[in-house]
Write a protein that binds this ligand. Structure first.
Ligand code: ADP
Ligand code: ADP
Ligand code: MG
Length: 495
């Protein structure tokens, strides 16, 4: 039985894990970098150890140092959170070797999930539909050209080791493909030291819909419903909701059965996520597995009534799932807004620094997972995610209006946030009617709408911020979208 968990992470997710452990009487060990001396996860854990400098490579990614703390503190398990070492199979293997219970899948399963091609192959064998593309890795540009012309442009070049929206490039003709092949290769090598490319058909006007997978060590598997994560910027999610407006019970069951097969195909244990793209004609295509606790897990907790970290601990302890698929019922509607420290009008550039004051929203069915407190600092070294604001309602509209109230209640002094943009989105007819796609922001000119809302004071912001918003929006309107090497803009090229 797990008695002491080291949390190899920081920020809101470290706090999230500590909260459940504490409630269960499990001791917690925090680790922290130079930048995190005053962070809440350090204060809330039973014990805390300094592990190095601010740069992730010198602390939160330093496997040997973290192992040293696990052994010296007597932790018997490790929770990796998301990001950092969470999908690093070498780290999972290092824990296995040292008899430390890694709360997640086995190192072998994680290794398979981390390779998009091998994982897609496993799905094809299990008859889970995947995005059409090359049957395997493409060995050179000539082969990529041949396949692109067979499946027809536009296509995506993807590094099988990519992640977090990196190592992906949209190309629309032979010339772009030749250039793109070079860029994806060098980007992937500089990020992870290796590259291997696949060609995928680029699916237009798609939704990102993912399923929560759950499988114990005895082979019992269920899905805990879907999440729609189509509102994105730079291929990263901003707003998520469950249920998806386009998934009815028949579809939920049908795709859910595929998800259970997917988990079996890669011998997945513990909680994970199977990501799909849904085309406009309603077909689901598997894209990848995220072998960890997902950022947006709270909305699934809200509609299922389960504590996912407790479930993870139980599975890691070797327990049998306490429910069957038919026991799980989806109740109500939940929405998550990722409150990022970033400037919408500066192409989502990070905004960091001291936060002298903050007011956290609350109330019935409002949940805010955050590391913020008055006087804290948003560090430039880490993720821009400051808080995950989630609301629940018996109807979608009650969840949505509750979110708008909570967004209005959220006050964060000192940094720019994504809150004003979310108010505009949640008030828009497109969002209300569930008309979502991964290019939502651009398709419906949401940043233009935000500028209008700021001018007409529908969204509150300081006078200086309104002036800056207007200047920036003029700037972006005039800027030509020809920077083809900018990966963050690869989706804009089709317009
Ligand atoms: P989710 O699918 O859970 O929503 P994201 O793709 O938003 O996950 O990633 C969550 C966080 O994990 C990111 O904001 C980033 O900090 C980190 N992350 C994800 N993928 C990578 C990666 N390949 N390299 C480094 N960090 C990553
Ligand atoms: P990552 O590992 O960076 O999360 P994914 O393969 O999950 O990469 O893709 C991230 C996002 O890129 C998806 O949510 C979707 O918006 C877009 N995307 C990925 N593959 C395709 C595709 N074949 N066609 C269209 N969009 C895609
Ligand atoms: Mg993904």
């Amino acid at each position: 039985m797990i008695e002491k968990v080291l949390i190899a992470n920081r920020g809101e997710i470290a706090l999230r894990v500590i909260r459940t452990c504490t409630a269960l009487g499990i001791k917690t060990v925090a680790v922290y970098s130079d930048e995190d001396y005053n962070s809440l996860h350090v204060k809330k854990a039973t014990e805390a150890y300094h592990i190095g400098e601010a740069a992730p490579a010198k602390s939160y990614l330093n496997q040997e140092k973290i192992l040293e703390v696990m052994l010296s503190s007597g932790a018997d398990a490790v929770h990796p959170g998301y990001g950092f070492l969470s999908e690093n199979d070498d780290f999972a293997r290092l824990c296995e070797k040292n008899k430390i219970n890694f709360i997640g899948p086995s190192a072998d399963s994680m290794n398979l999930c981390g390779d998009k091609m091998r994982c897609k192959d496993a799905m094809l064998k299990a008859q889970v539909p995947t995005v059409p593309g090359s049957p395997g890795l493409v060995k050179d540009v000539e082969e990529a050209l041949k396949i692109a012309n067979e499946i027809k442009y536009p296509v995506l070049l993807k590094s099988v080791y990519g992640g977090g929206g990196r190592g992906i490039r949209l190309v629309t003709n032979d010339k772009e493909l030749k250039e793109g092949f070079e860029t994806v290769t060098s980007e992937s090598i500089s990020a992870v030291g290796k590259s291997a490319i696949i060609v995928e058909k680029f699916l237009e006007k798609t939704r990102h819909i993912e399923y929560q997978m759950c499988r114990d060590k005895h082979g019992n598997a269920v899905h805990i419903f879907e999440r729609e994560c189509s509102i994105q910027r730079r291929n990263q999610k901003l707003i998520e909701q469950t249920p998806s407006p386009v998934v009815d019970q028949e579809t939920r069951d049908r795709v859910g059965e595929l998800v259970v097969k997917a988990a079996e195909a890669v011998d997945y244990t513990n909680l994970g996520t199977a990501e799909f793209l849904r085309s406009d004609d309603g077909e689901f295509y598997f894209i990848e597995i995220n072998a960890r606790l997902q950022v947006e897990h709270p909305i699934s907790e809200m509609v299922s009534g389960l504590d996912f970290v407790k479930l993870q601990l139980d599975i890691a302890n070797g327990e049998t799932l306490p429910f069957k698929q038919s026991d799980l019922k989806m109740n109500g509607y939940a929405i998550e807004c990722r409150i990022n420290a970033e400037d919408t009008f500066l192409d989502f550039a990070p905004s960091t620094g001291p936060v002298p004051d903050v007011t956290i929203p609350s109330g019935p069915n409002v949940r805010c997972d955050t590391y913020l407190y008055p006087g804290c600092t948003v560090s430039p070294f880490y993720d821009s995610l400051m808080a995950k604001l989630c609301t629940w309602g018996p109807t979608f509209d009650e969840s949505r209006t509750k979110m708008l109230t909570a967004l209005n209640d959220f006050y964060i002094q000192g940094v720019e946030t994504s809150i004003p943009l979310y108010k505009t989105i949640l008030n828009s007819e497109e969002y209300k009617s569930g008309n979502l796609s991964t290019d939502f922001l651009k398709r419906y000119d949401m940043i233009e709408k935000l500028t209008e809302d700021l001018k007409t004071e529908k969204v509150e912001k300081s006078e200086a911020a309104v002036a800056a918003a207007i200047i920036h929006s003029e700037f972006f309107k005039n800027r030509t979208q020809t920077n083809e090497t900018s990966n963050s803009n690869w989706k804009n090229k089709l317009d």
